[in-house]
Design a protein around this ligand. Structure first.
Ligand SMILES: [Zn+2]
Length: 184
């Protein structure tokens, strides 16, 4: 489910102990050199030309899986959006939506509060940090949704958004990420 390697090649121990709200994860890369540098340049140096480079490998993997009804980028809080000028997840989602012909729900969900950075927080703290941080007005009854984010670190943020989407009626949520942080 969370794309961490498991001994039997199936579900990792953490997901077995506590099932995440998303049903599967597709990740194009592990979060390592040089992808970490590319993602950083994309996000903080606003090198938007990198969107295509990062989106394409993920699109290839996604194309080999059943198509969701809707593609939803991880929302950015409005204050961060103002600061950065763009939502990196939306830029990648735009391309994949176009290439794979999946409807894009660009601004259907939002962050209700600006959560402190998750960096340096343990999993439990991350879960608490993002609890109740999203709102979504969509009626997703019977829908299969893919949520797109640039990086999955612990999965706490994607888990919280997925929980909200399930509350809105989604029957299946897939997490699509460019890179997944793997344990040392
Ligand atoms: Zn897992």
């Amino acid at each position: 489910m969370c794309a961490l390697p498991a001994l039997d090649g199936k579900v990792c121990g953490a997901c077995l102990r506590r099932r995440p709200a998303f049903d599967r994860t597709l990740a194009a890369f592990s979060y390592d050199f040089p992808i970490d540098r590319l993602l950083h340049a994309f996000k903080y140096a606003s090198d938007l030309a990198l969107a295509g480079v990062l989106a394409e490998p993920l699109a290839r993997i996604a194309a080999a899986h059943p198509k969701p009804d809707l593609l939803l980028p991880m929302p950015l809080h409005s204050s961060r959006l103002k600061e950065r000028g763009f939502n990196q997840a939306l830029e990648i989602a735009r391309l994949i939506s176009k290439w794979l012909d999946i409807p894009l729900a660009a601004n259907a969900c939002r962050r209700t509060r600006d959560t402190p950075s998750q960096a340096g927080l343990k999993l439990e703290e991350r879960r608490r940090n993002v609890r109740g941080a999203f709102a979504c007005d969509l009626d997703l009854t019977g829908k299969k949704v893919a949520v797109l984010d640039d990086v999955m670190t612990t999965g706490a943020t994607l888990n919280e958004l997925s929980r909200i989407l399930k509350n809105c009626g989604a029957i299946e949520v897939s997490a699509w990420v460019v890179a997944r942080t793997l344990p040392e």
